[in-house]
Design a protein around this ligand. Structure first.
Ligand SMILES: [Zn+2]
Length: 291
């Protein structure tokens, strides 16, 4: 919890004042075939319950762990056996130490583990995320892909390269045709891209194109934040990102400064999100070309 004391900004679903956690309710929605989405505060949690046990994707904030366990207990008496982290950000991983203490095996892409094992500053939200104790760190890591056979599902975890961070994982339940995207795809408007921690707008667009190719019209998408979505929602989202990226690149090609490009309002046509506006998102897009 020490890492949350430095929260200074309020952004939807990402930061939360300590006192507010008492008021958070965990809601559960069945997505398909024994796969659920849990929402409370922080990133969406994917849940699979079945004959093998309980598996979750991301675990939100530490003060919510008991509420999350209570919500899961409605579907299974088993403890959580595996936690997949879609990336290192604390609004997706702050519960790791609790679930690790409870015996769960945490799994993540190797860059995500590396960042969780050290202090990181999240510039856009002005938060210092401190290193986790070993019990909260992933015990299993992978580089590009791994497969878990669990509860009758074939779970393919893929890392498509830098996008939201440099350690993003997308998890697909193959037979059920359900994908948890982590924060590569979100529903709150202009997305947070953590450029100082390896994220990149051009990378995010490339990953989204891979994701769209990996899905079809029947795929149900659990985004990092927001409601269950469809492939077409991802198409609309990547078109927004490409439009803004192209406008910024046009300015860079013409030799314009960041300030001058910002003044052309590259994000026009798209609403600001709770914590990203034209200036801050244009900077993300601009910086993505100079990494
Ligand atoms: Zn994130």
């Amino acid at each position: 919890m020490k890492k949350l004391l430095t929260l200074l900004l309020c952004l939807p679903g990402l930061t939360q004042a300590q006192d507010d956690f008492d008021a958070v309710q965990i809601t559960v929605e069945e997505v398909r075939n024994g796969i659920y989405m849990l929402q409370g505060s922080g990133g969406n949690i994917g849940l699979s319950v079945g004959d093998d046990g309980v598996f979750i994707i991301d675990d939100q904030f530490a003060p919510l762990t008991e509420k999350i366990r209570s919500a899961i207990a409605r579907y299974s008496r088993e403890n959580v056996q595996f936690v997949f982290n879609t990336h290192f950000h604390y609004d997706h991983t702050d519960g790791n130490e609790n679930f690790g203490t409870g015996g769960a095996i945490i799994v993540a892409q190797e860059n995500a583990r590396l960042r969780m094992s050290q202090d990181n500053f999240l510039q856009v939200v002005n938060v210092q995320q401190e290193a986790y104790d070993p019990v909260g760190l992933p015990k299993i890591t992978f580089t590009d892909s791994m497969t878990l056979h669990y509860n009758g599902h074939t779970l393919n975890a893929r890392h498509f390269g830098s996008g939201h961070t440099d350690g993003d994982t997308i998890v697909k339940f193959e037979e059920a045709n359900v994908i948890h995207t982590g924060d590569v795809f979100v529903r709150y408007g202009l997305p947070f891209i953590d450029v100082p921690n390896g994220g990149n707008l051009n990378g995010m667009i490339r990953v989204m194109r891979e994701l769209i190719a990996w899905s079809d019209d029947d795929t149900l998408i659990i985004p990092g934040h927001g409601q269950v979505s469809r492939r077409q929602d991802m198409v609309d989202y990547v078109q927004m990102l490409e439009t803004i990226r192209d406008r910024v690149y046009e300015g860079i090609s013409a030799g314009m400064s960041l300030e001058a490009i910002t003044a052309t309002v590259p994000t026009r046509d798209y609403p600001a999100s709770g914590f990203l506006n034209n200036a801050s998102f244009t900077k993300i897009a601009y910086d993505s070309f100079f990494q």
